[in-house]
Design a binder for this molecule. Structure first.
Ligand code: BT5
Length: 240
């Protein structure tokens, strides 16, 4: 594992993507300050200032894309839950990979596949975790109820220590995950879920699919059952 520490960048994911050719497998890019962080679908990751975690992992597991790679975000959500539990919290996972504490979003995960033509170059797995934020700043984030580790624990958080715990926990079982895929973490994932056995509305591009959340497949997909008892299996989407 190689670590690159930046003082400031627009986005650690952008930095990793631009430099993918020269970055080795398992390089960790960390920035003290990130001024244009991105979420999925062109959404923004709000910068809550220094002391919060902005990090991307460069992963080059093979020369070919493998269908289990999209599940790495779910693996990271479980890893993050383990770390947050070591601080005495009870985090929950909202499909596919949002991590909530007391129902509030504390982190975001953004995985990007880097291709050159048909050549698979690697994955950039970005994660932002709110560790040291002000209540007024988290309250000003639109659309979502948000929290930060310091606000939950009522104490400052050591960023370096958190980052090391997270990367160590990630790489501890990463090779095994690549061999086994989602099924390896399925129980841990389900044990922490906050969405199963509920009526859900899931946004899929411009559509909304509604139904009862019946389960999670061995590939990490969400099984929704509609009012006519028809099942659909979703691999992407946002629970509203
Ligand atoms: C995500 O997107 O949650 C993925 C965010 C990934 C951020 C990391 S930081 C390091 C790396 N470099 C990057 O440029 N990105 C990654 P999504 O599921 O689309 O959620 C985005 C939504 O989360 C926004 O529309 C807001 O509602 C909410 N949000 C924005 N900033 C937040 C924050 N700091 N804490 C909690 N929620 C936030």
């Amino acid at each position: 594992m190689k670590i690159i520490g930046l003082e400031e960048t627009d986005s650690t994911n952008n930095y990793a993507k631009i430099n993918i050719d020269t970055l080795a497998d398992r390089t960790v890019i960390h920035a003290k300050r990130q001024n244009a962080g991105r979420g999925r679908l062109n959404r923004k990751w709000v910068n809550l200032g220094e002391g919060n975690l902005f990090m991307s992992l460069v992963l080059k597991p093979s020369n070919f894309f493998n269908e289990i790679y999209p599940n790495i975000t779910q693996y990271l959500s479980v890893v993050l839950c383990n770390v947050l539990e070591s601080y005495g919290l009870k985090p929950q996972i909202k499909w596919p990979n949002d991590v909530l504490v007391n129902g509030k979003k504390i982190a975001g995960i953004l995985s990007e596949t880097v291709m050159q033509g048909s050549l698979f170059k690697g994955l950039v797995l970005g994660i932002g975790v709110n560790l040291n934020a002000k209540q007024a700043d988290v309250d000003s984030i639109p659309d979502k109820i948000v929290t930060s580790l310091n606000l939950e624990l009522k104490t400052d958080i050591n960023l370096e220590e958190f980052k090391n715990k997270l990367t160590d926990e990630f790489f501890k079982n990463y090779d095994k995950f690549l061999e086994n895929g989602f099924v390896m973490i399925k129980n841990e994932y389900i044990n922490r879920n906050c969405f199963l056995n509920k009526e859900l509305n899931v946004q899929l591009f411009n559509n909304i699919e509604s139904g009862f959340a019946k389960g999670i497949t061995d590939n990490g997909a969400l099984i929704l059952q509609n009012a006519n008892n028809e099942e659909s299996v979703l691999t992407i989407g946002d629970i509203l």
